[in-house]
Design a protein around this ligand. Structure first.
Ligand code: 7TS
Length: 416
């Protein structure tokens, strides 16, 4: 089910101890202990992340890359250390290939805008898949409309897996870019990105991988994968909101025009003409989200201390247990049954509306997401209004899965 099935969590992976690092997990909702199963929307933050940002504001708040003074240099050092932390975490070749953005959505929009300007012309083709989040659909539709390019879509089967024979048929010398999700936020499907990227490269197309739902669940190596772009959000990786990453190979980033003009992204400005700064600053106009970057760096340090392979192995076991337990509920139907799947379970219970289930679970202190999860095309394919989605993190437990099952049985009883 997940790609790390052969690894067992090490003996020192102690979920109860890990939970102590997350203050919010000690709270109650409607008088019940919080059971947080909406990690796909945003993950909770460990104290190490919260404290890193408090320390920045208390001790060295300053703008970066601008001042010779002590505070500015300290903030700049922390900021650039976080960039190096991101580089190492995804094994990018160069630190300057790491661009800080507001999140996955902004990262994709930068590529659509700047790669589009440099490389996409009338009659060119862009390939996406039918399981994309809206943020990996709409920017490409906008680009295609603007440039007279054509959007092609890889369909999915009833299990929620890509139909790869159709991908083979779509690829051709007009394909300029393939943009797809690594792990579906709605189906949990893990896509075979290595093969998809290798095939795109045969026709000379670049590939953008949306890693918003993979980066927190499995080891990512952008060089081994050979991704041209890899994007993710800090807030789903136990870091703060408002910060994200665009990784791009420098051969592409150097050939792309800036996304925004302003301070920091320039080398020299006269009233007639501006020359642009080098990577990564060419794509980072204005004062960055300094505390967000510092918080993201702390989140990566925190994950590294636990070990992403330990996290993957623990979650594999947890999700297998959840599938087994949920399957005992009569009338429960999973939306998405991919062979390769991680950490996201979408389902329906009989013909009960997902929203009604979500409201009852909430009263029991259980947070799940209901609705279309910003993937309306998937709902159209399955002819459903939405799903109930439980999305797991490494701090969730089998006892919480049991609470979810009990809550669903109660909801069924009340609503049937
Ligand atoms: N791509 C995927 C696969 C996502 O799951 C999300 C957010 C995004 C892109 C956009 O990320 P953002 O941080 O820029 O907003 N997904 C979800 C979700 O599943 N529930 O809430 C947000």
């Amino acid at each position: 089910m997940n790609t790390n099935t052969n690894i067992a969590p090490t003996a020192n992976f102690d979920v109860e101890k890990i939970r102590e690092d997350f203050p919010i997990l000690q709270t109650t909702v409607h008088g019940r202990p919080l059971v947080y199963l909406d990690n796909g929307a945003t993950a909770q933050k460990p104290l190490a992340v919260i404290n890193s940002m408090v320390e920045y504001y208390k001790g060295y708040n300053s703008n970066v890359h601008r001042g010779v003074h002590y505070l500015s240099q300290k903030a700049t050092d922390a900021h650039e250390a976080a960039r190096e932390g991101v580089r190492a975490f995804i094994n990018a070749e160069h630190t300057h290939e790491i661009i800080f953005t507001r999140g996955t959505t902004e990262s994709i929009n930068i590529v659509a805008h700047s790669f589009g300007k440099a490389f996409v012309n009338a009659g060119d083709e862009i390939i996406i898949t039918a399981m994309e989040h809206h943020s990996n659909i709409v920017p490409w539709q906008m680009l295609c409309e603007e440039r007279g390019a054509i959007l092609r879509v890889i369909p999915i089967n009833a299990n929620g897996e890509l139909i790869l024979e159709e991908y083979d048929k779509l690829l051709n010398e007009r394909t300029k870019l393939v943009a797809l999700v690594h792990v579906s936020n709605t189906l949990g499907t893990v896509n075979p990105v290595n093969d998809i990227i290798a095939k795109a490269h045969v026709v000379g197309a670049a590939v953008l991988i949306d890693g918003a739902q993979s980066i927190q669940h499995m080891a990512v190596d952008v060089q081994a994968m050979d991704a041209d772009f890899f994007v993710f959000s800090g807030h789903k990786l136990f870091g703060p909101t408002g910060i994200g990453v665009l990784y791009g190979k420098d051969k592409y980033l150097n050939a792309m025009p800036p996304y925004q003009g302003g301070g920091s992204m320039i080398k020299q400005v006269t009233l007639e003409k501006t020359t642009y700064n080098e990577l990564p600053f060419k794509f980072e106009a204005g004062t960055p989200h300094v505390e967000g970057i510092i918080g993201l760096g702390a989140a990566i340090d925190y994950i590294n201390a636990i070990g992403i392979d330990n996290i993957a192995a623990y979650e594999h076991e947890l999700v297998a247990y959840a599938v087994e337990q949920l399957s005992t509920i009569e009338g429960l139907r999973f939306i998405g049954n991919a062979k390769e799947r991680v950490s996201v379970l979408s389902f329906l219970a009989g013909d009960i509306h997902p929203y009604d289930i979500g409201v009852i679970l909430d009263k029991l202190g259980i947070a799940v997401r209901t609705g279309h999860h910003c993937c309306q095309p998937i709902m159209d394919i399955f002819s459903i209004p939405g799903t109930v989605r439980a999305s797991f993190a490494f701090y969730n437990t089998k006892a919480e899965v049991d609470a979810l099952v009990a809550g669903l049985l109660k909801a069924k009883q009340m609503l049937s």
